[in-house]
Design a protein around this ligand. Sequence first.
Ligand code: HEM
Length: 268
Amino acid sequence: MSSPFRPSPQNNDTDLNERTSLLPGPSTSTSAVSQLDNLPQQEQMGRPSVSASTYLQQSLFSDLAGGMAQLGLLVAMLQLWWVLYKHPAGLFSWHPALQSCAIIGFAEGVLLLQPPPKNQAVKQKGLTLHQVFQFTALPVILAGSSVIIYNKAIHAAKHITTWHALFGLITLSLLLLQIIFGAFVVYSPLTKIFGGDSQAKAAWKYHRITGYLTLSFLFATPLLALDSDWVHNNSSFAERLVIGSGLGVTALGVLTRISLGKLGVRRT
Ligand code: HEM
């Protein structure tokens, strides 16, 4: 297996892209991947090259899978919020309400980088937006988790008794590790841990791989919540099916938009 910090002869293009991926620096690739790369030339030259709303429109809805991912998320969340609205449960309601908002934030933060733009100025915008989404969703998911832990504590209920609870804790741990890892890859002088800025850029590949692992847990956790007593007692089978299918469609949309080359896996 080739070193992540050194371009291998067969994988030259991928590694070169990886070194510049999402981070400012000279562009090396010529192949077009994203609609964002087709912006007028003058917009590609200086900064800011593209507004946040243009970037989001073109990245989030750039293909059918992107549109399906958005639709799935919208349908799942509207259905969940309808259930929460119909069955107010005091402090507990804040748990699914906050967690669902966090899921939207984290998912959009990943979807907006698919496919990663080639153009450096546009990449920089994507990186900024990615950080805004992930850093906003983090306190939301921490608040939602604190609510359920506190709610259980004041009712003297046992902690971590279900698969959902266990996956929830794993998800939180992965998210924290992922954000710390991301900070080390992006921010100087933290990048010194990799030996400098350019070596840190090459570690983006690993941030992507662990990011998709984290996202898998982020989707599996609410799916497991559908099997909880509270959800069973307060929703119909059809409602749970809509929530589960919506999340499933979104997960599939994210999956099909993954650039395998960016993960170091080459298509044959
Ligand atoms: C990724 C998002 C989520 C995370 C990280 C998460 C995390 C957690 C954690 C850690 C617990 C256990 C607390 C303890 O045992 O002290 C828990 C419990 C619970 N959660 Fe979530 N949750 C998420 C989303 C949801 C959603 C969307 C719903 C509702 C549809 C939900 C419903 C519940 C219920 C009913 C409990 C209590 C029963 C149990 O422990 O399984 N959660 N959650």
